[in-house]
Design a protein around this ligand. Sequence first.
Ligand code: CA
Length: 231
Amino acid sequence: MAVTVLIVEDEEKIGRFLELELLHEGYEVMKAADGREGLEKAQSGKADLVVLDVMLPELNGFEVLRRLRKNSDIPVIMLTARDEVMDKVAGLDGGADDYMTKPFAIEELLARIRLVLKKRGGGASVTGQDKNQLKVGKLCMDVQRYEVSYDGKQVELTHREFELLKVLLENKNIVISRDTLLEKVCGYDYMGETNIIDVYVRYLRSKLDDVFQVKIIQTVRGVGYCIKDEN
Ligand code: CA
């Protein structure tokens, strides 16, 4: 059965664009143009995932999410404008599965949709794997203990190196843009050097790739970085 995505977005152009892209990817699409209609459709049980804009007439996205979470755990990806970044924190606290900052690359949204569906759908059946453990090949991160090892050997990372590696591991096989990494690792209010992510990637490589003679973090030219599953 096809997966149905509900798009809650009042800007018709964006809504239509998302609809076409999602249809093209084989999803079924429902649309709502304001928060109240969005909430109703999200609660109808007919959608499998909600793409929810924050700025909406009637009820804003956060209010929709808050009400929705009282009786539904349907996956939600929030869309926020760049100057609404403060809201993102509230969005994730409020039970959103992920968020995207406008403007975004459609490929990234599609990748996040797949990831959220996979996490939610297959979560429990992944042979009870500890969700605090992120693994790719011999690289293992214990999120709770804040530890990283390669082939059983401990690797000492700084806070930001750890956070960067975590984002890449959580999104493995997905290319993450430098902008997204910058936001997730350094925070929305980061005002420093924009090439800081490249610098941290270099540090990570010096502690992992150089030491263990491997190539863990892939550079995707002009886009960003990615950690790929070896199989
Ligand atoms: Ca809007």
